[in-house]
Design a protein. Structure first.
Length: 212
């Protein structure tokens, strides 16, 4: 039986790093669902198609190949901006949620991270985690990440962007960002990734025991 782990939370809270670490530890398949929206947006941009045509965007969403998502390419700012425009389209969300659910059934287990995994995509996931951190901490992480990569960044601009994105994600009508009622909260504001991983591992090990 496949074990599904759902990990939700706002940007730069550490859920991606934690998800990849968990998948590696247990030999599970991992999917960053945010990349599926970015891949759809990139396909539209590459084809020179409009970002405001829901039918066209849905067609592209249904053609996204989940096995070929390249984080380094899809992390581009322009793609992120385009993704935020199509992510609010119900038809696009339906198409990608369908694909994400299909992925979640892969054996022996899967780790999916995003904004609506525990609430919409995989409401029956064996383990649900909601990973968060204060906006200040998340903005500082994003700032440090850009500077470490050789780029230049404005902390205050990043902080405002983080707050704006939170408002958009939490306030949207379709699949808003919120913890599932049965999700375990992990606040990483003052927690190392190792501490977060150990807390998650305890929960996952307990879930695995009940599956045996």
């Amino acid at each position: 039986m496949t074990l599904t782990i759902a990990i939700d939370g706002p940007a730069a809270a550490g859920k991606g790093t934690l998800s990849r670490r968990i998948a590696e530890e247990y030999g599970f398949h991992h999917l960053d669902t945010g990349l599926t929206y970015r891949a759809t947006a990139k396909a539209l941009l590459d084809a020179g198609l409009p970002l405001d045509d829901e039918a066209v965007a849905e067609k592209m969403a249904r053609e996204v190949e989940l096995a070929g998502l390249d984080r380094s390419v899809l992390s581009a700012h322009q793609i992120g901006e385009a993704a935020s425009k199509i992510a609010v389209m119900p038809a696009v969300r339906r198409a990608l949620v369908e694909a994400q659910r299909g992925f979640s059934r892969k054996e022996p287990g899967t780790v999916l991270d995003g904004r609506d995994i525990g609430t919409v995509v995989c409401p029956d996931a064996a383990v649900k985690l909601y990973v968060t951190a204060s906006p200040e901490v998340r903005a500082k992480r994003r700032y440090d990440e850009i500077v470490a990569g050789g780029g230049s960044a404005d902390y205050h601009a990043i902080f405002e962007d983080v707050k704006k994105r939170d408002e958009r994600d939490m306030g949207r009508a379709d699949s808003p960002l919120r913890p599932a009622a049965d999700a375990h909260l992990l606040d990483t504001s003052e927690m190392s990734i190792e501490a977060a991983f150990q807390a998650a591992k305890t929960l996952i090990d307990a879930a695995l025991q009940t599956k045996i």
